[in-house]
Design a protein around this ligand. Structure first.
Ligand code: HEC
Length: 123
């Protein structure tokens, strides 16, 4: 094969590869900030005007915990009261998709797996 043809071929191959990768990387960058599920649009509409979606999704809790967060924002952060139907949809969505975790932290390591505690060292 002619070497010039080979280079042209390689160039075309990588250009095509690059162009094909653009939609993939942009779609990764635009990953939905909330889990797709019933009620997500109501949540997005009511919960992203003051802060990011991430502030919501990095939290978790039972329905009662989510209720208490909404009341806290309403009482102290100027959040308007929600339409009761919307509030029900939002709470169901949050409790189902960002529900109470069994354990929020990893268990402690056994002391045999840790470096010696400097406060236990004798002088
Ligand atoms: C009127 C403005 C406003 C709206 C609307 C709003 N929030 Fe907030 N929210 C706040 C403010 C202010 C904070 C505190 C921000 C901070 O700590 O940086 C907050 C904090 C939070 C937190 C973190 C609480 C914590 O314990 O750290 C969660 C979770 C949250 N909001 C969820 C929601 C949800 C769910 C909705 C939609 C139902 C919502 N927010 C809509 C103002 C709002």
């Amino acid at each position: 094969m002619n070497p010039l043809f080979k280079i042209t071929y390689l160039y075309r191959f990588f250009t095509l590869l690059f162009l094909l990768s653009i939609p993939i990387t942009t779609s990764l960058a635009q990953e939905p900030e909330f889990k797709q599920a019933d009620g997500v649009e109501v949540v997005r509409k009511n919960c992203t005007s003051c802060h990011s979606a991430q502030l919501v999704t990095q939290n978790s809790g039972s329905r009662a915990v989510w209720v208490s967060r909404l009341r806290w924002m309403q009482e102290t952060q100027g959040m308007p009261s929600l339409d009761p139907t919307d509030e029900g949809i939002i709470l169901s969505y949050l409790a189902a998709n960002y529900g109470q975790k069994a354990s929020g932290r990893r268990p402690l390591l056994h002391s045999s797996l840790l470096p010696q505690n400097p406060y236990d060292l004798q002088e």
